[in-house]
Write a protein that binds this ligand. Sequence first.
Ligand code: WQD
Length: 360
Amino acid sequence: MCKPQKSGILVLEKQNLMNKTKILVTGGLGFIGSHTVVELIQSGLEPIIVDDLSNSELFILDRIEQITGSRPKFYPYDVCDSDKLKTVFSENKNIKACIHFAAKKAVGESMKIPLVYYRTNLVSLLNVLETMKEFNADCFVFSSSATVYGQPEHLPANESSPLQKATSSYGSTKQMAEDILEKVSATGSLKTLSLRYFNPVGAHQSALIGELPKGIPNNLMPFVTQTAIGIREKLTVFGNDYNTPDGTCIRDYIHVVDLAKAHVNACNYLLTHADSISYDVFNIGTGKGISVLEIVSAFEEVNKVKVPYIIGSRRDGDVESIYASCSKANQILKWEAQYTLEDMVKDAWNWEKAYRKHTK
Ligand code: WQD
C-alpha cells in the first residue's frame, strides 16, 4: 500500500508487504499451479514458486505478473533436491504453508515408466514434508486426484467412497501419498487437506496462461484444441461401446480457475483452523458428468469450429464413468464451482489461439 507523504514521495508501507502470508507453491508455473498462483496473489497471499520447468515454461512467470501486477519469487529448482529446497525456506523466513503440485501426472506415461513416477512423485513429497518440518511450516495442501477412486461402485463419488485399487502407477502414487499424509498428520506435526481433482480444463479468461502439454497431449481437452487449430489431424475417441448414454466415457470436467480458487479456500481454511484440523480430503469437481462426445459437440457449438474425430479402441486404464459429490467442499471450504461447460471450452480455445500466436 502506498501513502503520499508531505514531500510527495510515495513511501511503501513495508510492514504491509512484510505481513503477507508466504505460501510455497511447488510446480507453480504448471497448468493448475500458475492459475493458483494468480488467485493466491489476488487474494492477498504471497506465493513463492519452486518449479524445475520440466512441464512448464518460464514465460508463464511474466504472464502471472501481467495478470496480477506482481511478480512472485521464483526458484528454478527440482523439489527432489533437498538442499535446494532448504535454500528456499532459509531465504524466505516464515513460509506458513505449502501447496504441492510438483509431480508427474500422465496416466498413460505412468504405465510405461512406473519407477520414474514412484521416485519423482514420492521423493518430492517426502522432501517437501521433511523440509517443512525442519522450518516449522505445518499447513499442507496436496494435489490429489479422482484417480484414487478407480471406478467407484456408486456415483457420484464422495470422499467416503471406498478407494479401488488404482488402475495406473500415477493413481497409485496419489493413493500412497494420501496414506503418507494421513499418517504424518496424525502425529500432530502437519495439517493437511488433500484435494481430489476431477478433470481440470479451460484457461484464464485473459488467455495469458493455460495448459501447456509437452509433445502429444495425453488429455482430452488439449487434444481437442490442437485438432481444432490444425496441429493434430483428428481426435481419436477412445471407445464408444461403454455403458453410457452415447457410449463414450463420462468425466467431471472442472474449470481450472474454479480449481485454483479451491486451493485458496483450502489454504485459508488451514491457516484459520490450525487447532482443529489434522487430515481431511475434499472432492473438487462440478458434480456433473459429461461424456467425451458431449465435450466435442460443446466445443464445436460454442467456438464455431469443427473437431474431426474417429472412434478408436478403448484406452487401458480408463474408467467408464466418474463424477463428484462436492457438498463437503461446498459446506466446509465455502467453495463451489462457478464456471460452465461453455466457459471451459471457450477459454480453452481462446488460450490455444493466443498461445499459437505467441509461439509463431
Ligand atoms: C478424459 C476422457 C479418455 C484423450 C487423467 C488423470 C486425472 C487428471 C486428468 C491430472 C477419457 C478420453 C482422452 C484422447 C479420448 N490428471 N480421451 N481421446 O484420464 O480422465 O484423467 O487426466 O490432473 O488425475 O487421471 O483425463 O483427459 O486423459 O481423458 O477419447 O485423445 O477423454 O478416454 O475418457 P482422465 P483425459
